[in-house]
Design a binder for this molecule. Structure first.
Ligand code: GLU
Length: 277
């Protein structure tokens, strides 16, 4: 290797510029600005393809990748992230109490939730659907009249059932969709309802291979947002910037394809600030 002699003046300039970079300091949103700190992020632990805690303790899924990208833009490396489980019914409280800095957990932006928390995004558009046993003749909500439909407490999915999807079905509200899946498998419930993105991830699991099918109804628009504590405008703006960058630099496309591409016909990236009714 050829070594170059660096004149003394250049060395001084170099040292100065390194020092200047290291001192960007306060308010700097670049990576590494929170050295030594951790960030707590709320995700789901049992939704394959979106937010999953693997048996070995690692985390995977589209929400995990979005959260990791956003955290990096806020100045936290992956090893500074502590993922915390936030079930559907716990999300608003987890943010209000300050248990987590933000939530990326198939969390739909709704007016009702906006009274308690703020949302960055949206970063994915999904639709409510029904999951039934393969070969079932259930084709719509009304086919469930008198039957048992499983969803999760605190979700938009459970709310919509009573409002318009299957008001005459008996709604069983569990605490997580994975429990609903067990119920569907055993015959304790006739169908499971939530976002198609979530249902597709479950249906594709090895242990459920060929057992279930999505009806394909697109019963609602679910605009996934990053949940934040109400009034945390600085983080909200930084998260929106991060999401925009994630789409622009191709990382969003890679993450959605890598996590959901084989099992789910995902919608294109939504525009930040545009929530589809
Ligand atoms: N996206 C819907 C919601 O936020 C359903 C999925 C969930 O419960 O996380 O309520």
């Amino acid at each position: 290797m050829k070594l170059h002699r660096v004149p003394a003046a250049a060395t001084v300039a170099l040292v100065l510029s390194v020092t200047a970079t290291a001192c960007l300091g306060e308010g700097d949103q670049g990576s590494g600005s929170h050295a030594g700190e951790t960030i707590r992020i709320g995700i789901k632990f049992d939704q394959p393809g979106l937010g999953l805690k693997e048996p070995g303790g690692e985390f995977s899924g589209f929400d995990v990748d979005v959260a990791t990208y956003v955290a990096k833009e806020l100045g936290y490396e992956p090893d500074q992230i502590e993922f915390v489980e936030t079930k559907s019914a716990d999300r608003e409280n987890a943010l209000s109490r300050g248990d987590v800095k933000f939530i990326a957990a198939t969390y739909s932006i709704t007016d009702e939730r906006k009274e308690k928390v703020d949302f960055a995004g949206p970063y994915l558009l999904a639709h409510q659907d029904l999951l039934v046993k393969a070969g079932s003749d259930i084709e719509s909500g009304s086919d469930l009249d008198g039957g048992k439909l499983c969803s999760v407490a605190g979700s938009t999915s459970a709310q919509n059932v009573k409002k318009n999807i299957a008001p005459k079905a008996q709604l069983e509200e569990y605490t997580s969709y994975s429990e609903c899946l067990v119920g569907l498998q055993s015959g304790a419930v006739d169908a499971v309802t939530t976002d198609d993105s979530i249902l597709a991830g479950f249906a594709a699991q090895k242990q459920y291979k060929d057992q279930f099918e999505l009806v394909g109804l697109k019963l609602s628009n679910e605009n996934y947002g990053i949940g934040l504590k109400k009034g945390d405008t600085a983080t909200l703006e930084a998260v929106n910037k991060a999401l925009q960058k994630m789409v622009r630099d191709g990382s969003w496309g890679e993450a959605v394809k890598g996590n959901l591409g084989l099992t789910y016909q995902y919608e294109p990236a939504p525009r930040i600030g545009v929530v589809k009714e």
